[in-house]
Design a protein around this ligand. Structure first.
Ligand SMILES: NC(=O)c1ccc[n+]([C@@H]2O[C@H](COP(=O)([O-])OP(=O)(O)OC[C@H]3O[C@@H](n4cnc5c(N)ncnc54)[C@H](O)[C@@H]3O)[C@@H](O)[C@H]2O)c1
Length: 274
């Protein structure tokens, strides 16, 4: 099992939720951290929370949808820390809207954050990871990268794409005998700000006609895993070099149901989410 002591870890979306708890647990284990988020205030807050750990931390504002900014950031982090071992392409956002009520601009925004952000991070850091003694790319997909859900066509598209890219990358890395590993992470419901910060359809309706407030309330009820527990599960999976990490009992159970009933699982999903 891999130890993270003295590793250098990059985490996108480190100002909240699982990005923040990954930072906390990696710092406890003695990893140096390059933390970034589109929201500078929140990532500085994460850095402040870790002030007493004694590990080296830098915190930057970074919008993962900006290709040039992500590549410049990767160069800067390597210059600053000398190497990178772990990259958590964790930053993400939700868009909840029925397909016909969603603007094409919102669809593009969703793909830019959740898919292109992960693709840029992977492409920018891969050569840097290959220069290090060991390297690992951890890309956050979702349970919704394994099953579809109503009102989630853009989110589903982005997360299925992250899974597809990461699984193909695993094959490419093995083929070339690379020292770098890759993991695709699939959280079920995790108690974070994801639904609070979500975009919705043009008439401001979430799935099944719910208001944003109702959707937040529903999510709080069904999100059964804490962000702390999610980070533990993710780090255990990475330590064991797992190709796929399912986060939470809901993810484990629903993944099985989807495989047994690849069409009729949709009925269950609709019932559970309504
Ligand atoms: N919470 C869940 O139930 C759940 C389930 C499955 C997958 N996920 C995924 O987990 C990841 C982490 O989300 P979370 O649940 O911790 O949510 P969160 O909203 O608490 O954290 C997401 C972070 O990403 C940042 N971010 C958003 N857009 C960004 C951008 N363009 N550039 C840089 N940073 C950006 C946000 O500012 C925020 O700090 C996301 O990819 C999300 O899609 C979450």
């Amino acid at each position: 099992m891999r130890s993270f002591k003295n590793a250098v870890a990059v985490i996108t979306g480190a100002g909240s939720g699982m990005g923040r708890t990954l930072a906390m647990q990696l710092a406890e284990e003695g990893a140096d951290l390059a933390l970034c988020d589109i929201n500078l205030e929140s990532v500085l807050e994460t850095k402040d929370m870790l002030a007493e750990t004694g590990v080296k931390i830098r915190a930057d504002q970074l919008d993962v949808t900006s290709k040039d900014a992500v590549f410049a950031y990767a160069e800067e982090v390597e210059r600053d820390f000398g190497r990178v071992n772990l990259v958590f392409n964790n930053a993400g956002a939700a868009l909840n809207a029925p397909f016909d009520k969603m603007s094409i601009e919102d669809f593009e925004w969703q793909m830019n954050v959740n898919f292109w952000g992960v693709a840029y991070g992977t492409k920018a850091f891969l050569p840097i990871l290959e220069r290090a003694e060991w390297g690992h790319i951890v890309n956050t997909s979702s349970l919704f990268g394994l099953i579809a859900a109503p009102g989630n066509s853009a989110y589903n598209a982005s997360k299925f794409a992250v899974r597809g890219m990461t699984e193909a990358l695993q094959l490419d890395l093995e083929e070339k005998g690379s020292s770098v590993k890759a993991t695709s992470v699939h959280p079920g419901g995790v108690k974070t700000s994801i639904v609070k910060l979500a975009r919705t359809s043009q008439n401001n309706t979430f799935m099944n006609g719910k208001s944003h407030a109702e959707a937040i309330e529903k999510f709080d009820k069904i999100a059964i895993t804490t962000a702390e527990r999610a980070a533990e599960i993710i780090l255990t999976g990475v330590r064991k070099n797992k190709k796929r990490v399912l986060v939470g009992k809901d993810a484990v159970i629903v993944d099985k149901i989807q495989r047994l009933f690849p069409q009729s699982y949709q009925w269950l999903v609709r019932k559970y989410l309504s």
